[in-house]
Design a protein around this ligand. Sequence first.
Ligand SMILES: [Cu+2]
Length: 175
Amino acid sequence: MRGKEKIGLIGIVSSLFLVSMIFYPAASAEVVPNWVKNTALWYGEGEISETEFLNAIKFLIESDVIVLEGNNSEVTLIDTTGQVLIPNGNFDITSSGFYIPLNLEVSPGTTVIWRNDDSVPHTIQSQDEFGEIIGLFNSAPLQTGEAFEFKFDEPGVYNYFCSLHPWRVGIITVR
Ligand SMILES: [Cu+2]
């Protein structure tokens, strides 16, 4: 994402918070869960994807922390990409290097991009609920810095794992 767009997005989201603060003073910082605060911080530092940040904002709207009313109800957050980070140390079974996020929630039609930020190669293999590999999406080994993408058109819960480190499993939820 280009820097200008990012700034624009932050501007929009800041406006949402502003509206919320003006019309709903009861929505103090105390009702914002810590994970949302962390998500905002990490997004600002470039640690996590825009999708995760937008999911956090969506959560605040759905849980009525941010209330949109009147003409503002037309505000929609459109995001057609999602990203999963394979963090450094992901290969190590004793580390906490889980996929970020472990369960990525996206809308139908979203292209999900997995990026390998680890020091060793990884693969992304689609599997069924019994752990058997299925042919929906399967990547070649991704070297450090390489990415793999797949477009999810149908709602559903999609499991995947790394064939080189099969203890690493993740989920893409499309709805
Ligand atoms: Cu792996």
